[in-house]
Design a protein around this ligand. Sequence first.
Ligand code: DX5
Ligand code: ZN
Length: 216
Amino acid sequence: MSALIAPSVLASDFANLEKEVKMLNESQADWIHIDIMDGIFVPNISFGIPVTEAIKRHATKPLDVHLMIVQPEKYVEAFHKAGAEIISVHIEACAHLHRNIQQIKALGIKAGVAVNPHTPISALEDIIQDIDLVCLMSVNPGFGGQKFIERTYDKVKQLKNMIESSGSKALIEIDGGVNQNNAKALIAAGANVLVAGNFVFSAEKPKDIIAQLKTL
Ligand code: DX5
Ligand code: ZN
């Protein structure tokens, strides 16, 4: 049993992005997770389209773009042009989620739905068959380096059941506070993709940490 590993560059050294992306290229990482924050949907601002483009210029792995923004429909196309191969929008930010998902899929890329810790899995029932990924937040979005919320395990199991019983092909991605203490249990519960920010980038040897997550 192993998961796809998606290191989040939010925790990387922005002054040395080229070096950080090259490190990820050489590592066993599967995707590069890109956290976009607008200061409205979440209480923090990260970076946007030009930085995503700059990462893409060096990256040899798919960019997994997590939009923590309101009105994502205004920017989906620009992020696609910037190199996104997976785009997730937040269920809590989308009054017309089905339309948002169709917009992403029409670009020929993977569409994901991100859900905050307070959002019940049942809210995904009528969209699960249309999506490629659920980004299950295991912290409140907005910041890296937060503590993992233990209730996530139950939600992974519920989501796994929903996916299996509906015949959906959606992958379960866990985002926030992933480390050596929870990664194995998350995979056992049904996680397919692990995002890791601080656990990877604050390590002395990030490539070894990625390898460790990969071989769990
Ligand atoms: C939180 C972001 C996460 C975060 C993960 O708003 O969506 O992707 O960067 O970072 P860690 O692994 O440090 O919690
Ligand atoms: Zn994220």
